[in-house]
Design a protein. Structure first.
Length: 352
C-alpha cells in the first residue's frame, strides 16, 4: 500500500463525539489572543483590559512520522496520499490478537472494535515529480502503529476504516484495493498539528473492557478536570442514529470483503520484458489459473505502472508495480480455456 471532532468510531462513525479536527498552530494562537471566547481580564496596575485564553480542554500535539500510503480516487483515478503518523496523546485501542479481531469481524457486530484516530483537513501538496496532489493525515497511538506494521490483518482493517472516514467526512472515495505503502517515504508534504480533546480521551478510556492501571489513573485525572457539555437537537440525533445504522451495515459488508481479499493467493506467473534497441518495448505476463473456466471470472486492471489481476470467485490476486510507464490503452489479454493460461501484452511508453 503506497490517514468529527474526531475518533473514527467504527460502530458509530458519524456521531461527532470523538477527537476534534486538526487546526494549525496559527489558528490556535489567533483564537487564544483575539477573543475566541469573548472574555477579558484587567491587567495589573492599569485600567486597561486584555484578551485571555479560554480554559484549555485539549492539547495541541505534533505527530511524528509513520508511513505514507499512495492510492487513487474512485471517480477520477487521481493520486491520493495518506500520511499515517503517531501521537502518544491519542489513546490506543484495546490490545487484541488477530484471532480475536477475526472473531469480531465474523460476529454480528463486526464494527464494535474501535480505533481512536485523529484526521486532518485534506490539503494540496506536491509529489516527487513536483505535481500537485491531495493529501491528508491520520494520527494514531504508537502502540497501534506498531501493530499494523507487523500484522497484515490489522493493517487491512485499518485501511478500510480510513476509507470510511474519508468518505463519511469529506466525501472522498479512495480505491482500497490499489493502496500501497511507500517504502522510501514516511510522509508527503508537512505533517500538521492535531488538537486532542480531554473529553474525547476520556470517552475512549471509559469504553475499555479491561483497562490497565495506567488507563485507570489517566481516566481518574480526566474526570477531575472540567468538561464541556454539548446539546444535540432530538430530531438531529434521530437522523444521526439512522445514518449511523446505514453506515454500520455498509462498513460491515466492506470489512468482510476486504478480509476475503486479504486471504487471496498469488497465482503462478511469469513476467518478462521484450527489449528493442536496448530499451524495454513491451511487458509480457503469463498467469496459470487452473480454477478458472472463463475470462468472465477474472478482473484485470492495468494502471500507469501497475498490473492488478483478481478472481474473487477463486481467490486469486496478483498485484505488482513495474518500473516502466505502461500504455494502458494498447494492452492485450487472451485467456486460453484449454491450458487455463492468461497471456497479457502491454506496450511500454518510451522514456523521454
Amino acid at each position: 500500500m503506497e490517514q468529527r471532532r474526531n475518533f473514527l468510531d467504527a460502530d458509530n462513525s458519524i456521531l461527532e463525539n470523538n477527537l476534534r479536527f486538526v487546526k494549525s498552530d496559527l489558528e490556535e494562537n489567533l483564537n487564544q489572543f483575539f477573543g475566541a471566547s469573548g472574555g477579558t481580564k484587567s491587567s495589573p496596575g492599569s485600567g486597561k483590559s486584555k484578551s485571555v485564553a479560554p480554559p484549555r480542554e485539549y492539547k495541541v500535539v505534533q505527530p511524528t512520522p509513520g508511513f505514507c500510503i499512495k492510492t487513487f480516487k474512485v471517480n477520477t483515478n487521481e493520486k491520493y496520499f495518506i500520511n499515517v503518523c503517531q501521537a502518544e496523546e491519542i489513546p490506543p485501542p484495546e490490545d487484541i490478537s488477530e484471532a480475536q479481531l477475526t472473531e469480531i469481524l465474523n460476529s454480528d457486530e463486526p464494527s464494535s472494535y474501535r480505533i481512536p484516530m485523529s484526521i486532518s483537513e485534506p490539503r494540496v501538496t506536491k509529489d516527487k515529480s513536483d505535481n500537485p496532489v491531495d493529501a491528508v493525515d491520520f494520527a494514531i497511538n504508537p502502540k497501534f502503529f506498531a501493530k499494523i506494521e507487523k500484522s497484515a490483518l490489522f493493517r487491512d482493517f485499518f485501511l478500510v476504516l480510513i476509507a470510511e472516514a474519508l468518505s463519511d467526512k469529506y466525501n472522498v472515495q479512495i480505491k482500497v484495493d490499489k493502496a500501497i505503502i511507500l517504502t522510501k517515504r514516511k510522509f508527503i508534504g508537512t505533517l500538521l498539528s492535531h488538537r486532542v480533546r480531554n473529553t474525547d480521551v476520556k470517552t475512549v478510556l471509559s469504553s475499555y473492557k479491561n483497562p490497565t492501571n495506567e488507563d485507570l489513573n489517566k481516566l481518574k485525572s480526566l474526570e477531575n478536570s472540567k468538561t464541556l457539555v454539548q446539546e444535540i437537537d432530538a430530531k438531529e440525533l434521530q437522523n444521526l442514529k439512522k445514518k449511523s445504522e446505514e453506515l454500520k451495515q455498509q462498513q460491515s459488508n466492506r470489512i468482510k470483503q476486504e478480509i476475503a481479499q486479504a486471504a487471496s493467493t498469488v497465482p503462478d506467473y511469469k513476467l518478462r520484458a521484450r527489449i528493442k534497441n536496448e530499451e524495454v518495448e513491451e511487458v509480457q505476463a503469463e498467469f496459470y489459473l487452473p480454477k478458472c473456466i472463463s475470462s468472465q471470472e477474472l478482473t484485470l486492471d492495468i494502471g500507469e505502472d501497475r498490473i492488478l489481476l483478481e478472481s474473487m470467485k477463486h481467490g486469486y490476486l496478483f498485484d505488482k508495480f513495474v518500473n516502466y510507464r505502461l500504455n494502458q490503452d494498447r494492452a492485450r489479454a487472451i485467456f486460453d480455456k484449454t491450458n487455463k493460461m492468461l497471456q497479457i501484452r502491454i506496450p511500454v511508453i518510451p522514456a523521454q
